[in-house]
Design a protein around this ligand. Structure first.
Ligand SMILES: Cc1cc2nc3c(=O)[nH]c(=O)nc-3n(C[C@H](O)[C@H](O)[C@H](O)COP(=O)(O)O)c2cc1C
Length: 196
């Protein structure tokens, strides 16, 4: 076997996993989200900086505040998904570095003393963690609907602060009727990979 992962798990996480556009009304519990986080927290990040922060939009009141900031085509699914998560990059992640990278606490000032450097690193590393988060949602037997079609300034003002940049809004739940279209093509190995 070339891959170590069981074929059923390969299907669940990759081959049969789709971006969902409709959901059933089965709730997503706090325990499920915690179990997902307890897997995806092991994503690698530079200097273990772990800049991803997650806002779970659970209440009807919060949902009403979020939906108008979504692109029109994203509004119905964001309004109806059992759970919505705002994934953000913490641009002040360096404050946690003495805990997260304790053997070299000087990294905090050497590499991340400047806000611009932190923003760049946080965007890359939190996006990487966001990818893991989507896979984690799938590992819980749920479907994810990641979206960047929203007004970032509006979402930031409504749910975050100046130190947190929204990256993605993710609808989460069991897939509903006609949850996705046919699989779109992917690039072939030869189109993507070069060996030198
Ligand atoms: C970062 C990101 C942003 C996306 N933004 C949107 C969006 O705003 N609206 C939407 O309907 N789909 C969005 N998608 C879904 C993609 O269109 C979808 O993942 C892609 O077409 C592959 O579909 P599949 O997962 O069913 O194979 C987004 C996906 C990602 C990963």
């Amino acid at each position: 076997m070339t891959l170590a992962l069981e074929p059923a798990a390969q299907d669940l996480l990759f081959r049969e996993a789709h971006t969902a556009n409709t959901f059933t009304d089965e709730p997503v519990s706090e325990e499920q989200v915690q179990a997902i986080y307890d897997l995806v927290k092991y994503a690698p990040t530079a200097f273990n900086q772990s800049p991803l922060r997650i806002v779970l939009v659970r209440s009807a009141e919060a949902r009403e505040r979020l939906v108008p900031h979504m692109a029109e085509g994203n509004q119905p699914k964001t309004a109806s998904a059992p759970l919505v998560a705002i994934l953000a990059a913490d641009n002040e992640f360096h404050e946690e570095l003495p805990t997260l990278f304790p053997h070299a606490p000087q990294i905090k000032d050497i590499f991340f003393g400047e806000r611009g450097n932190r923003e760049q690193a946080a965007a890359l590393n939190a996006s990487l963690q966001a990818g893991y988060f989507i896979v984690g949602v799938r590992a819980a037997g749920l479907a994810a609907g990641p979206m960047t079609g929203f007004d970032p300034a509006g979402v930031q003002k409504e749910f975050l602060d100046d130190d947190h940049t929204p990256l993605m809004v993710v609808n989460i739940g069991k897939p509903g009727e006609d949850a996705w279209k046919a699989r779109l093509p992917r690039l072939d190995y030869e189109q993507v990979v070069t060996t030198v």
